[in-house]
Design a protein around this ligand. Structure first.
Ligand code: SF4
Length: 70
């Protein structure tokens, strides 16, 4: 079953394309043609449950943030 977009966002002003997000969690993130990270709208079927705290900590630029949930 497909899952909804993960509750994170990438600050476009901070992301410089280290690639740790999409290398550690390719089911949640992808790279554009500049190597910058983006959050997928839908989590891949075969993605392992995301450890978002670990992924957030892994970004050297602190560009990944939790989004507010209602
Ligand atoms: S790890 Fe951080 S800086 Fe690198 S691509 Fe992902 S969001 Fe951007």
């Amino acid at each position: 079953m497909r899952q909804q977009r993960p509750p994170v966002e990438i600050d476009r002003d901070l992301c410089v394309g280290h690639g740790r997000c999409y290398n550690k969690a390719p089911g949640l993130f992808y790279a554009d043609d500049m190597g910058l990270g983006h959050v997928k709208d839908v989590i891949d079927d075969n993605a392992t449950p995301p450890d978002l705290a670990r992924i957030i900590r892994a970004c050297p630029e602190s560009a990944i943030h939790l989004t507010a949930t209602s």
